[in-house]
Write a protein that binds this ligand. Sequence first.
Ligand code: ATP
Ligand code: MG
Length: 398
Amino acid sequence: MKPITLLPAVQKIAERLAAAGAECYLVGGALRDHFLGKEVNDYDLATSARPEEVMALFPKVIPSGIKHGTVTIMFGKNGYEITTLREDANYNDGRHPERVTFVRNIYTDLARRDFTINAMAYKLPQGELFYPYGGSADLAAGCIRTVGVAEKRFNEDALRILRAARFSAKLNFNIAADTMAAMKKLANLLNLLSKERISHEFCQLITAPHAGRGLLVLQELDIISFLWPELRMLNNWSNVAANIEKLPAILTTRLTYLLSFLPSWPQKMVDSLVLPKAVSKRVFTLWQLLKEKPPQGATYERAFIATYYPFLEEYMELAGLKESQLAKRYLEEPVYRDKDLAIKSSELMELCQIKAGPLLGQLRHFLLQKVWENPLVNKREVLLNMAQKWQEEIANGH
Ligand code: ATP
Ligand code: MG
C-alpha cells in the first residue's frame, strides 16, 4: 500500500492526541478509498479520547454530533470530524442503537461497523493497520460482506441492506452470498426506515459509477418494487442498468432516465424521495419533455431552445439528441429569449402607446416568434416596424 499522505491539519490532530496519550485512527471510507488508490478528501477520524477530552485539547471544537461522540476540530475555515471509539448497544427498532457507549479499544469500535471493508483502521500518526474482520482480503477480492452474522447486522439496522447495494454500485464490488441471502430475507425491514434515510442511500446509489450494478442488486431482491410499487412495471432492467451508468452522474439526469420508462408521473415515489423542491421540479420538467416529440425545423428548435434553455444539455443527453440538428443549433446559434430581443420594452411602450401588461407581453412574444422564424430580423429598426404593423392589425381587429 502507498503510504498515506495526510493533510498537515490531520497530522497535527493526530500528534496532539498522541502527546495527550490518546489514540487516533483513520477509519471508514477514507481508509478504504486510500486502499483502492483513490484520492481521499473526506477524512473519517476516530479517537480513544472522549469528546470532552478532545474539546479540551484543541482551541476551537464544535460539538457537531456529540450525542454519538462526534466533534469537529476547526483549523481556520476547515473542520475535521473526529468520533470517539464506541460500541452501539441494543438495537430494538431496526434503526437506532438504544445507547452509545464510548470505549477505548479500536477492535470494539470496528465490530460495530457495517461491512468488513469499512471496518479497518490505520493508527496515526505512525501507521499501524487493523483489519480484524478480513477487510483487507475482501477489499482485494472486491467483496462486500457484513462484519459478523449478516442477519443479525441487518436486524440491528436495516439501512445496511441498502448500504450494501450502494457500495456495490460505488465500488463495483460483489456482495458475499450470505450477506446477499440475508438482504433478501430481511428486505421487509426497510419498512422501519425513514423516507430520508432510504432516499439518501438510493440517490447515492443511482449517481454512483456502477449504478446499474446496484440497481440490479435491488431489483434481484425485489427491493425496488417493495419500496416503489410504481416501478414494478419496468421490465427491461438489464437495459436500464447498462444505460444508466453511461449517463453523467447527476441526480436529476439519472432519476429522470429511470422514471422515463413509466407512462405516468410517479408522484408518490418522488414524494417519498423528499428531494429539494428544485430537484423534483426539474425532474418533472425533464420527464415531461421526454414524453413529447423533439422539436423539428428551425423555428421550433429556436423556440424550444429559448423556452427550455436551462434544461437543454440534460434534455439532449436523455433524449439521445447530442448529435442532432437541435444540438448543433444550441451550440452554434445565439439564444433568442425575450431578454435577447434587440428592443427595449420602454421603446415599444412609447411607440405603440401601450402600458406594461398583457398587451406588451403579447407584442414581445409576437416579435420573438418573428425572430425564431428568422433571426436576421432581430434589429431595433426592423422590430419597431413589425411592432407598428402588429398594432395596426390589432386595431383593425385581426
Ligand atoms: P462514503 O465514502 O460513501 O461516504 P463511507 O464508508 O465513509 O463511504 P459513511 O456513510 O460516511 O460511509 O460512514 C462512515 C463509516 O461509518 C463507514 O465506513 C462505516 O464504518 C460506519 N457506518 C456508517 N453507517 C453505518 C451503519 N448504518 N451501520 C454500521 N456502520 C456504519
Ligand atoms: Mg464517508
